[in-house]
Design a protein around this ligand. Structure first.
Ligand code: AMP
Ligand code: MN
Ligand code: MN
Ligand code: MN
Length: 297
């Protein structure tokens, strides 16, 4: 049976709820063979994750999910197989980290104006002193009773037109892909269906992405339904992109994206791992689970 790949996951190094060792242990328990830890804009979890992976015999791929401002929006670019010592990558992520810290304080100020006190301190407490993301604000606001669920907090407080929103000023596409290439990694467009781009905008993104050195796109994603998966499988093939597979797991409490719990790549996709040493070099092999798709709530 083909191996289970899950190449998009989060830990407490960013906005996941499991520590890297807990994530690796759960992945091993779920039968995942190859896992990438792809925290938002940080490499902090990778060393400890590698030690745990070695101990349990799971293959870990280094990774990071980089925030990018493109076409007036924030999009995410996944890096796989990077050398985490690369200074160019580290320097770029350090800049994003400084911006992210300022953004968190600014979100706190804006929420204060809307009558929500101490949101920055609250989100910071949820982040355990690490990178602060909107998810940490969402957890704090749910705890304080401002909304029933994290998606509800986003809807009412953190998205465009709502009090805690501000437009991101992240890396450019060219910068992010450049850092990934400098670190010897593969750049992959994360959860493309989430952006709701028109086809022409999507093709423009892919053209610029490839021009910068990008090579892959997520076809199977915890964020994609079956139609979206088939659509992006075709788009990948037509545009010469490798296909990646990732749950976008943030923790066991999110029912829509189980760790390693993903359908197989559609036939005729070339998997992102096609050239990985000692790993399946046959197009079309994929996840063994054959699980069905679930729509996100
Ligand atoms: P940030 O990078 O701090 O802007 O946060 C982005 C993260 O917020 C994503 O990776 C998701 O984990 C989370 N997120 C974004 N939109 C939503 C939503 N509508 N509901 C729940 N979580 C969301
Ligand atoms: Mn996240
Ligand atoms: Mn993302
Ligand atoms: Mn993610």
């Amino acid at each position: 049976m083909p191996e289970i790949y899950d190449l998009h996951t989060h830990s407490t190094a960013s906005d996941g709820t499991l520590t890297p060792p807990e994530l690796i242990a759960l992945a091993a328990q779920k039968g995942v063979g190859v896992l990438a830890l792809t925290d938002h804009d940080t490499l902090d979890g990778l060393d400890v994750a590698q030690r745990t992976a070695d101990a349990v015999g799971l293959i870990l791929r280094t990774g990071v999910e980089i925030s990018v401002s493109w076409g007036g929006r924030t999009i995410h670019i996944i890096a796989l197989g990077i050398d985490s010592r690369c200074e160019e990558l580290r320097g770029g992520l350090a800049r994003l980290s400084t911006y992210r810290r300022w953004r968190a304080e600014e979100i706190g100020r804006r929420l204060a104006k809307a009558g929500i006190e101490d949101a920055f301190e609250g989100a910071k407490a949820f982040s355990n002193g690490r990178l602060i993301g909107r998810t940490h604000f969402a957890r704090f606001l749910v705890r304080k009773g401002y909304a029933r669920s994290e998606p509800d907090v986003f809807k009412h407080y953190l998205v465009k037109g709502k009090p805690g929103h501000l437009a991101g000023e992240w890396a450019t596409l060219e910068e992010a892909v450049g850092w990934i290439c400098a670190a010897g990694g593969q750049a992959v467009i994360a959860h493309p269906a989430r952006y709701r781009f028109t086809r022409s905008k999507l093709l423009r993104l892919i053209a610029e992405f490839k021009e910068s050195g990008g090579v892959g796109i997520e076809v199977v994603s915890g964020n994609h339904n079956r139609d979206e998966c088939l659509y992006f499988a075709r788009l990948a093939r037509e545009n010469g992109l490798l296909a990646s597979v990732g749950s976008d797991f943030h923790g066991p409490e999110n029912p829509w994206a189980g760790l390693g719990d993903l359908p197989a790549l559609p036939a005729h996709c070339t998997p992102i791992w096609v050239d990985w040493e000692g790993r399946g070099s046959y197009p079309g092999i994929g996840n063994r689970s054959g699980k069905g798709f679930r729509d996100r709530p």
